[in-house]
Design a binder for this molecule. Sequence first.
Ligand SMILES: *Cc1c(COP(=O)(O)O)cnc(C)c1O
Length: 405
Amino acid sequence: MTSRPPLLPATVAVHGATHSLDGDSRASKAGDAVATPIVLSSTFGFQSTADLRDFFEGRSNRHEYARYGTPTVLSAERALASLERAEDCALFGSGMAAITTSLLAMLKAGDHVVLTSDCYRRTRQFVEGTLSRFGVTATLVEPGAASLVERAIVPGKTRVVLAEAPSNPYLRIADIPALAEVTHRHRGTKLAIDATFATPINLRPLEHGADIVLHSGTKYLGGHNDLLAGSVAGSSALVSAIREMRGVLGGVLDPHAAYLLERGMKTLALRVARHNESGLVIARFLANHPNVETVHYPALASHPDHEVFMRLMTGAGGVVTFTVRGGIDAGSRFVDALKIATIAPSLGGVETLVEQPALMSFYELTTEERLAIGIPDNLIRLSVGIEECADLIDDLTRALERVAG
Ligand SMILES: *Cc1c(COP(=O)(O)O)cnc(C)c1O
């Protein structure tokens, strides 16, 4: 037996679907296609009833019905499993389908969940508003200290600890090794990390002790603002249980989107390198601009999780959050003056997007209510795309002149 060092992420991004991690096996595709064929079939035929028996008795490995998986989805699942260095991965029609299906597969009435208070809004809504109706209780803890999670764990009841790395909008980074340590003191308690903002290029949570890693593939993995997808990766045992639940709930990814996702992931390493580079240049530029008050970016020494970032991640990505001088109107004047960035929710695509959270996710609240939950009116979230960074800086420079009115 010879053991080779694992292939590096940029290589895995291109070949992860067809080569095993040590690069030894090559799967062949229909018609010897180099690209992954989009197999549009809702059902898959059997040669004979003997063929059926072989399948149901586990002697053959094939497709049966598309809610349980299709060749195109399986190929994208292999690609992402390789990138995460996970045993298995399951894909869903959206990030929320991945998160809700995974939690439903892992929890039952009487169980307890610990999640950080900066988790994705709809994730919190699902845990607090929906799982609670089925007898699952939850404790929200502030991000930043594993000791808070440790104290929130109820021995024998807490089944899942859920955190994000980095989170929205302040890019707090869960200290995964510390969380894994406190989580795994309890038998059967699993650590789930939503690493949508990181991508497996910048952070692989499983290597730091997480049990499952979740993504909204809608963001960086797809990378082109043209699809919705979600994923969960981890051990074969955990992922098969979640895939079973997917077959029941039905939130599987469709083959067209799976093709686009796999295609997007081939350039993931290239794109993320660019997002990291431009994100840092822009964060530094903003930090030195007189019309900017605060900048939140983990690669800056001023970020509260800079040390965690340096220990776990290789880049901070394209999202930069900051406040401009002034109130809601100053923020809006800045956003409206941008020419390259599109005003839109979402992040992680090749196009630069900008949003003013006060006017988007938190529109219904008053200024005071927003402040109370840490969302000032002058807060801006920029998702830096892969355009020429100098052009983005010029655009920001001009727009920042408009802040004062
Ligand atoms: C967008 C997002 C989700 C939800 O994903 P969808 O694909 O929109 O369903 C979940 N978690 C994080 C961190 C996200 O950014």
